[in-house]
Design a protein around this ligand. Structure first.
Ligand code: CU
Ligand code: ZN
Length: 204
């Protein structure tokens, strides 16, 4: 108990001392507001942005879902024209298979449902690439040959790998059992048969 009293007294003393100091010191010598905000905000913003902005290559390794045999690799490279996507997928049935960026980087569900819906940060409608309206990660279809192999190259202009504009890092790629016919809401492409999380790749 006794120790509180001197403490309070010291506190009161220092407060009045500070107040007195404030009164004598003119307002011009009060730069704390501008300087502290100038320091605090940009440092935090710079750190986050520069680390992510330096990531210009990503990769998704496609794993089979359920009893499918779908496997493959999709690479993403940020260029001035957009994100160049190159996909090589095998184990497909011959023909077309819907191919999209989905919202979550979670392929844990055997049916791929944990990947969520189509990545749709702009509230767009679904569509095939080149259509007036489409989700930024709508890549249309993989087209498998008679051996079940598909190769696709496409440049996506509505996204970035890890920039400010609709970043895809940490989301997922889904391969579907059927053709994406461009219809609403998600192209009627059927079951999810392959899934891969979009991760940071070693830059070339
Ligand atoms: Cu899909
Ligand atoms: Zn879509």
């Amino acid at each position: 108990m006794r120790s509180f009293i001197p403490l309070g007294a010291t506190l009161a003393l220092s407060v009045s001392f500070l107040l007195a100091g404030c009164k004598t010191a003119p307002p011009p010598s009060e730069p704390p507001t501008p300087s502290s905000s100038a320091l605090a905000a940009p440092v935090a913003a710079d750190t986050g942005t520069s680390i992510l902005a330096s990531i210009t290559s990503a990769v998704a390794v496609i794993h089979p879902l359920g009893d499918s045999k779908v496997m493959g690799k999709v690479t993403f490279n940020q260029t001035a024209d957009g994100v160049v996507v190159v996909a090589d997928v095998m184990g497909l049935t011959p023909g077309k298979h819907g191919f999209h960026i989905h919202e979550y980087g979670d392929c844990s569900d055997p049916k791929g449902l944990s990947a969520g819906g189509h990545y749709n940060p702009e509230g767009e409608m679904h569509g095939l690439p080149g259509a007036m309206h489409h989700h930024p990660g709508d890549m249309g279809n993989l087209e498998a040959d008679d051996s079940g192999n598909a190769h696709l190259e496409i440049t996506l202009t509505g996204i970035t790998i890890a920039g400010d504009k609709d970043p895809i890092l940490g989301r997922s790629i889904i391969v579907h059992a059927k053709e994406d016919d461009g219809s609403q809401p998600v192209g009627n492409a059927g079951a999810r048969i392959g899934c891969g999380v979009i991760g940071v790749a070693k830059a070339k």
